[in-house]
Design a protein around this ligand. Structure first.
Ligand code: ARG
Length: 453
């Protein structure tokens, strides 16, 4: 095993078992780009501040460039007993450029280094996730635009309630996903500050220029307390919470896809390319993508809970427990990135059965409220009209018919206020078009909403 950089005060080498247990290289190696970026910015600043020579900083830069390209081309592998990515790269740098490599870590600790790497990594990934989510929203928008007048039942208690349109339904998810995007971006914004200069915990006496490192890294500022800078991982927790909320939304949508694609609903026909068959039952066409998405949601919640529990009760500042944050955070990132593209593909390719949606909206007495409202407009009090409408629904159920199919004579037996204009008043079109307040399902309202987002 190579000699530890901190071996000075030790008489014995680390036990192999302990080294393996302690090492984060197998998972933190994915942050090599951010680690190199951070080290280059730090060493350039050290030279600007006269802490190391310009020549050393240039050697560090070219050494780092060669390490980066060797990792990317596969010439350099992470097959090493180094304790973590930070040690791995520093050792490799020193092997390549000699003494200048040993000057890199001046005024820095792995404590502020790892906090920086995680922030940079998470922010890079957040941007990719945001793009994927924007793509899903734009696919939903396109489908909504094509279905402004596609009627379907809206549900409460999973019982048919009132008619809405498919566009209006999709826009509900668009709103949720837009808030998710906002939350992810907020988490990004708060994470996008540099902890470098916090040192191990108490800052450093070197005349570092923290702000210039942050701005070289494209970050929005610096952390304002050195203890906090190395001790907290709330940025990872906040981001994972935002992703968890997004997963909760996409899981609800998945559940509805599973329901609506069932033979009982038949609102959706999933594309063959986005569904799977059964090894035993030849007739099956299964909504695996939606089910897996629902399942992955539980996994992300697990990661979020792990993060919260790892961090609770830790005394300030750095503790090795915090190394465990990385795998949960990475799993959140990997999972949501695995979820979004196939989910978006499934949505984009599935066909909707407008006829079944509309038949369900008609068959479920979803216009019973409008029937009661119609009588209110004729001067009756709502509590009475609610009862009349309820009795009519009961009558229809007993006689296997629907409200709009009753004759005017039949209707008048329940209230003399009914006139011929009732049929128009309770048509799906009227019910939906009349609901034109902001946020309502009327086609004009939904179109205006879609045009404005
Ligand atoms: N691999 C470590 C981690 O991820 C880096 C920080 C090590 N710091 C220390 N004081 N041992 O947490």
């Amino acid at each position: 095993m190579s000699k530890k950089m901190w071996a000075g005060r030790f008489e014995k080498a680390t036990d192999k078992e302990v080294n393996d247990y302690n090492s984060s290289l197998p998972f933190d190696c994915r942050m090599y780009r951010q680690d190199i970026r951070g080290s280059v910015a730090h060493s350039q600043m050290l030279a600007r501040q006269g802490v190391i020579s310009k020549k050393d900083a240039d050697d560090i830069k070219s050494g780092m460039d060669s390490i980066l390209s060797d990792i990317e081309s596969g010439r350099l592998s992470f097959n090493s007993d180094a304790e973590d990515i930070h040690m791995f790269i520093e050792e490799e740098l020193t092997n390549r450029i000699g003494d200048a490599g040993k000057r890199l870590h001046t005024g820095r600790s792995r404590n502020d280094q790892v906090a920086l790497d995680q922030r940079l990594y998470m922010c890079d990934e957040a941007l990719e996730i945001e793009d994927m989510l924007r793509r899903l929203i734009s696919v939903l928008k396109g489908i909504a635009m094509d279905n402004l007048e596609t009627y379907m039942p809206g549900y409460t208690h999973l019982q048919r309630a009132q008619p809405v349109t498919y566009a209006h339904y999709l826009c509900a998810y668009i709103e949720m996903f837009r808030r998710d995007l906002d939350r992810i971006d907020e988490a990004y914004r708060r994470a996008d500050v540099s902890p470098l200069g916090s040192g191990a915990l108490a800052g450093t006496t070197y005349p570092l220029d923290r702000e210039s490192v942050a701005s070289d890294l494209g970050m929005n500022g610096v952390t304002l307390n050195s203890l906090d800078g190395v001790a907290d991982r709330d940025f990872a927790i906040e981001f994972s919470a935002a992703i968890s909320i997004f997963m909760m939304h996409i899981s609800r949508m998945s559940e509805e896809i599973i329901l609506y694609a069932s033979q009982e609903f038949k609102y959706y026909e999933l594309d063959d390319a986005y569904s799977t068959g059964s090894s035993m039952m030849p007739q099956k066409k299964n909504p695996d993508v939606a089910e897996l998405t629902r399942g992955k949601t539980g996994r992300v919640y697990g990661d979020l809970v792990s993060l919260l529990v790892i961090m609770k009760g830790l005394p300030l500042t750095y503790n090795k427990d915090m190394q465990e944050v990385q795998e949960s955070l990475f799993d959140v990132i990997d999972t949501v990135k695995a979820v979004l593209p196939p989910f978006t593909g499934m949505i984009k390719t599935m066909t909707i059965r407008k006829d079944n949606m509309e038949a369900a909206a008609l068959g479920g007495f979803t216009n019973a409220t409008d029937l009661a409202d119609y009588l209110v407009k004729k001067g009756l009090p709502f509590r009475e009209t609610h009862a009349v409408s309820g009795k009519l629904v009961h009558y229809c159920i007993e006689n296997g018919t629907t409200l709009e199919k009753l004759t005017i004579e039949q209707l008048r037996e329940f209230s003399p206020a009914f006139e011929d204009d009732v049929y128009d008043a309770i048509s799906l079109k009227t019910c939906v078009e009349g609901r034109s307040l902001i946020g309502g399902p009327s086609p004009d309202t939904v179109k205006r909403y879609l045009d404005n987002i």
